[in-house]
Design a protein around this ligand. Structure first.
Ligand code: PLP
Length: 523
């Protein structure tokens, strides 16, 4: 964009923000219950439809299970139902409708081919109780995915079972605890966690009964080996570290840090949520990590906004292998007619089962598809993710203060230094982005940066969409200087204007009945 067109865009924006993506601003649309008219039907059962012989005598339902009155369902036509649900889907923000620059939680485009494979009936319609011989394809896919993840991690053993990163942390720490216990080393009840860590890290440690020793990061945002050495002793079970860390910086001294923990008898857990930055470039097992999780729904692309389903497989080294969850997927003996089997029995030291059946199997199908699609091009993902983040850092650095100077990895952290004195907060900037059709980045995290604004563009955004984001961030900065009230009141161009976030989180109104009760408490 040349200077002239940029300032034209900026002036327009000062008057009236452009709703670049139609967000379906239909506040006054009657809700589906209000559209209801007695007798309207989208679908009717005829007498013939009713005339079905029961195949077997059904189970007798007790009186108490029978409905006394008809369900209070809206009576509407088929198009009204279709419009209702389609409209609801449009009120959502999604990676398929716009840029989603969350830091830490990789939100990349989810290739549609993943969905096609996950819907293949041979995968989608499997029952988890099928005998091994009837689900060889699924077992083989999981076995292969384990091998691929182990290769990327540089750690030879893998369990797919944990359902998300947080559960991977829990399971990995259970393995560390079991390892120390098995050696009769019972005095280790602490875990070291840097202050830049994601909240799930100390939470998982505490959930496992460990107490947490927090260590502060350096001025350059990394962990100082000396700081680890000072707290490492025979009461420490291990260290949890994220690399690259949540400030988007690679922990340069990771090998020395691992050596210090190992020399003190501990194990090192790596939070792999940021693997998008180092795929095929650096392997955690090679730089000293004992156990790590992948967030396959982030790094290997599965739709996961709104809470799941996810996958948090863990990979471990030989020391921790005996403790991995069961069942394991194993190759049957050479002369067996079955190739893959589920083994529950031969792992007496296992921490047991952490998830029903196999975890979220269809997430594995998507992750496997994604990995096979890239194949040996996997490192390109990380190259582009890192270039994109550095492009945003370089282009925004004039206006927004970059918290840790120098090159970043896949994400970049800004803070509120440059705009605080204008009376504008990080929250205001984030809310104003909504007016321009962008999902806000992660804000006020990491906790060790004041007014943090953390951006991870991922490799899937084009130069054009990055430029649009930069232009908008520049426009918002000018607004902050010239008419900060626009930011204070933002968003105004969205389905909902600024919420009371505490009430929204603590007392959410999630059903039509709740809404009615709120508006008419006597009902
Ligand atoms: C997302 C994330 C987690 C938690 O992973 P879930 O899959 O959401 O449970 C942990 N650590 C970091 C750094 C993350 O970004």
């Amino acid at each position: 964009m040349n200077d002239e067109s940029m300032s034209a865009a900026t002036d327009d924006a000062l008057i009236e923000p452009k709703d670049r993506i139609s967000r379906g601003v239909q506040h006054e649309e009657p809700l589906i219950f209000e559209r209801s008219r007695p007798g309207l039907r989208g679908f009717e059962l005829t007498d013939e439809d009713w005339d079905v012989e029961p195949v077997e005598p059904g189970v007798e339902l007790g009186e108490q299970l029978l409905r006394g009155e008809p369900a209070e369902l809206p009576e509407v036509t088929e198009p009204e139902v279709v419009r209702h649900f389609t409209r609801l889907s449009q009120w959502n923000y999604a990676i398929d409708t716009g840029f989603y620059p969350l830091g830490s939680c990789t939100m990349k485009y989810n290739p549609k081919v993943n969905e096609s494979t996950a819907r293949l009936p041979g995968f989608a319609q499997l029952h988890p109780y099928l005998p091994d011989r009837w689900c060889q394809g699924a077992l083989e896919l999981m076995w292969r995915l384990q091998s691929l993840l182990s290769e990327v991690a540089g750690l030879p053993h893998c369990s797919l079972q944990p359902a998300a990163g947080a559960q991977g942390e829990l399971t990995g720490l259970m393995c560390i605890r079991a390892y120390h216990d098995a050696r009769g080393d019972h005095g280790r009840d602490k875990i070291i966690v840097p202050d830049s860590a994601h909240g799930t890290n100390p939470a998982s440690a505490a959930f496992n009964g460990f107490s947490v020793i927090e260590v502060a990061s350096n001025e350059d945002g990394t962990l100082d080996p000396q700081a680890v050495a000072e707290v490492m002793d025979e009461t420490v079970a291990g260290l949890m570290i994220t690399n690259p860390n949540t400030l988007g910086i690679f922990e340069r001294d990771i090998d020395e840090i691992c050596r210090i923990v190992h020399d003190g008898g501990g194990k090192v857990y790596m939070d792999g949520a940021n693997m998008n930055a180092i795929l095929g470039k650096a392997r955690p097992g090679d730089f000293g990590i004992d156990v790590m999780h992948f967030n396959v729904h982030k790094t290997f692309s599965t739709p996961h906004g709104g809470g799941g389903p996810g996958g948090g497989p863990i990979c471990v080294n030989d020391d921790l292998e005996p403790f991995l969850p069961i069942p394991r997927i194993e190759k049957a003996g050479e002369d067996s007619d079955l190739e893959f089997v589920r083994n529950f029995d031969d792992h007496p030291q296992s921490v047991g089962k952490v998830k029903a059946f196999w975890g979220n199997f269809l997430v594995y199908v998507r992750a496997y598809t994604y990995l096979r699609e890239y194949g040996s091009d996997l490192p390109k993902i990380s190259e582009r993710a890192v270039v994109n983040a550095n492009y945003l850092r370089a282009r925004l650095a004039d206006r927004y203060n970059v918290s840790f100077p120098g090159r970043c990895m896949h994400e970049v952290v800004f803070d509120d230094q440059s705009f605080k004195e204008l009376g504008v907060s990080t929250m205001d900037i984030a809310k104003r982005l909504i007016d321009y059709g962008f999902h806000p980045p992660t804000i006020y995290f990491p906790l060790n940066v004041d007014g943090a604004l953390m951006v991870e563009p991922t490799e899937t955004e084009s130069l054009r969409s990055l430029d649009e984001f930069v232009d908008t961030m520049e426009t918002i900065y000018r607004e902050a200087e010239e008419s900060p009230e626009l930011l204070e009141r933002a968003p105004q161009n969205a389905f909902r204007t600024r919420l009371d976030e505490t009430t929204a989180a603590r007392k959410p109104v999630l059903t039509y009945r709740q809404l009615q009760q709120k508006e008419n408490p006597r009902r």
